[in-house]
Design a protein around this ligand. Structure first.
Ligand code: UTP
Length: 410
């Protein structure tokens, strides 16, 4: 794209400020900026305009969904475990680590998985996850292929770190990295931000694009060749995460559902956690801020909260069902975040409060694209220790405490 065309494109959508510093750039930087403008997906600006006028996306009719409870799982443990181990041994189960996020709330400038959560010892977040996965490998006597999603921002660091740490004892042949896509950030007026005079502020486009990014990375033929029928997707920041858990895998396969979700009983009605429910009759996840006060406090006859089962970003999907929905448009969420940007006078501004909006698709929306989802309850004390913030709720401190309670030395 040449300068004139870029100017036309930007004029049509009120974004000509992106060319404010064009003359001050080197020829190479100019070419790069023109390329970025060419690649800009302007539909996102419409999404932002809709968001400004209507707020979040509209929902269908919501209804509660129960779960396979801890007690029911205990009763069927051997059956589920055997079915899961069998699938793992046959190479039917892969794991997908979502590690493309920016981890802005934690305020750590490296990939979140590189955070050392140890105190006297070093214990990196990635290490916690790999250790947990290795327990399954040992139990099954077979490696689980591990796909790691990074972003342009953290890919190099992540790969180098795994290499440096010798994959924490995992067999490197079973580890595959792929990169997710980026989306531009806008300010409150919908103006696209620059992070450098010649670089549009773009950030990873949410964790919902993981399967299309796997396809773009050419991994689909590999999945087919290897006969990987199930993918267990999980977040980087839950240090107690059980990955490719045979009991969960087995229960989901035997249930006949095309997907499964690990859930925890809410700690209290107000807990800020997305809840697995039904939307227009199919599985869906309602965010805590989308729930009405009635939904939050409503109880079932047995006293349990009606919307009781919170998701912990640990889902199992059947690969062929993912393939079927791969071309479908996913809802785009607008999220407010802190994004450094070039100010009016050309200076770099580093905000201390959220100043910008990013566009994200979310893995949880994939659940609503499935006919059925097995809601599988796990014990939060054993499996849910998220590291979102530096302090307070879901922080390094709270995760350390949970690790200690589970016998992990720090
Ligand atoms: P979060 O929603 O906690 O986002 O991600 P984040 O970017 O890591 O952290 P904050 O909000 O900036 O503090 C949940 C999971 O989804 C992954 C994260 O790496 C984490 O495992 N994720 C998130 C991606 O892989 N890509 C994204 O674009 C966003």
């Amino acid at each position: 794209m040449d300068f004139t065309k870029a100017k036309e494109k930007l004029t049509a959508c009120g974004q000509t400020h992106l060319l404010n510093w064009f003359d001050a750039l080197t020829e190479r930087e100019q070419d790069s900026l023109l390329e970025q403008i060419d690649a800009l997906d302007l539909r996102l600006l419409d999404v932002f305009a809709d968001f400004n006028s209507e707020g979040e996306l509209e929902r269908g009719e919501l209804a509660p969904l129960g779960a396979l409870t801890l007690a029911e799982i205990a009763d069927n443990f051997d059956r589920f475990n055997a079915a899961g181990l069998d699938a793992i041994r046959q190479g039917k189960v892969g794991a997908v680590l979502l590690a493309g996020g920016m981890g802005t709330r934690l305020g750590f400038d490296k990939p979140k998985g590189m955070y050392n959560i140890g105190i006297k010892k070093t214990l990196y977040i990635f290490e916690c996850l790999i250790r947990n996965l290795l327990e399954v490998v040992e139990q099954a006597g077979a490696y689980v292929p591990l796909f790691i999603m990074t972003s342009e921002k953290n890919d190099e660091d992540t790969r180098a770190f795994f290499k440096e740490m010798n994959y924490f004892g995992y067999n490197a042949e079973y580890v595959h990295f792929f990169i997710q896509e980026m989306a531009p950030a806008v300010d409150a007026d919908g103006k696209i931000l620059l992070e450098e005079k010649g670089r549009i502020a773009a950030s990873p486009n949410g964790n919902g694009g993981w399967f299309s990014s796997m396809i773009k990375a050419g991994l689909l033929p590999f999945l087919k060749k290897e006969g990987i029928e199930w993918l267990n997707v999980f977040a980087v920041d839950n240090v107690l995460q059980r990955i490719a858990d045979p009991v969960f895998v087995g229960a989901t396969i035997l249930s006949g559902a095309s997907s499964g979700s690990k859930v925890v009983s809410k700690a209290d009605p107000e807990e800020r956690i997305g809840v697995l429910c039904l939307e227009d009759g199919t599985p869906s996840i309602v965010e805590y801020y989308e729930m009405t006060p009635e939904m939050i406090t409503s109880r079932e006859p047995d006293g349990r909260l009606s919307y009781n089962y919170g998701v912990i970003l640990n889902y199992l999907f059947r690969t062929d069902c993912l393939e079927r929905i791969a071309g479908n448009n996913m809802p785009i969420h607008v999220v407010s975040k802190k994004v450094p940007y070039i100010g009016e006078n050309g200076e770099l501004v580093k905000p201390t409060e959220p100043n910008a909006y990013k566009f994200e698709t979310l893995v949880l929306d994939m659940i609503h694209m499935q006919d059925k989802c097995l809601s599988f309850e796990v014990d939060r004390q054993r499996e849910f220790a998220p590291v979102k913030n530096a302090e307070g709720v879901d922080s390094v401190e709270s995760a350390r405490e949970l690790l200690r309670r589970n016998g992990v030395e720090l």
